[in-house]
Write a protein that binds this ligand. Structure first.
Ligand code: IMP
Ligand code: MG
Length: 179
């Protein structure tokens, strides 16, 4: 499918499943290379809904013992970040002293990650890093380091590979950009 229509908008394919797969593999390779044998068992924390597909594909390629859990946050309405981050399902794990790797679909303004980081810090983890499928560097203005980035993209609204436009498009295996 070169083009898809979701609600009132048309999207054109911009990143293929094959390109996504190699970018995910490259991130997994970096995470695996940074992991030392006597490091503690990290907790991967996938931010729902958007990151479910990236999380599933990334975690399969992690080559050391690890845990995965989920939090559910929302900030987007239609095509724009609302700026307000709502926690829909909270943290259910003990995080004290843990090494956490947040898994995100995309870092856009960084509001979601900044807000999640503040929440995580209240639980006294040992460390927090982030692995994101996508980063919009033109939009991201925060100071928190974005440790692992599979792909950088321009400031256009995209769907697919977990990302949605008002609920649709999450199932698409490729990434599509708004026309
Ligand atoms: P941020 O808080 O502005 O960094 O945005 C984070 C969340 O907004 C992401 O986790 C996505 O769920 C959503 N988001 C940001 N950009 C896009 C986009 O281009 N398409 C669909 N969702 C997006
Ligand atoms: Mg998200």
């Amino acid at each position: 499918m070169k083009q898809v229509k979701l609600h009132d908008k048309v999207f054109r394919i911009s990143i293929s499943e094959q390109e996504i797969d190699s970018a995910v593999q490259a991130v997994a390779d970096k995470i695996n290379a940074n992991h030392k044998e006597d490091d503690s068992i990290p907790l991967f924390l996938s931010v729902l809904n958007g990151s479910f597909m990236f999380a599933a594909n990334l975690i399969k390629r992690i080559a050391f013992p690890c845990e995965i859990s989920f939090v559910k946050l929302a900030s987007y309405h239609g095509e724009c970040s609302s700026g307000k981050v709502t926690e829909l399902i909270g943290i259910s794990n003990a995080l004290v002293g843990r090494d956490i790797v947040v898994i995100e679909d995309i870092v856009d303004t960084g509001n979601t990650y900044e807000s999640l980081m503040a929440t995580l810090m209240r639980h006294n983890p040992h460390s927090v890093k982030i692995a994101t499928m996508l980063l919009k560097p033109e939009v991201y203005q925060k100071t928190l380091p974005i440790d692992y980035v599979a792909m950088q993209i321009p400031n256009d609204f995209i769907v697919g590979y977990g990302l949605d436009y008002n609920g649709l498009g999450r199932n698409l295996p490729n990434i599509y950009t708004i026309v």
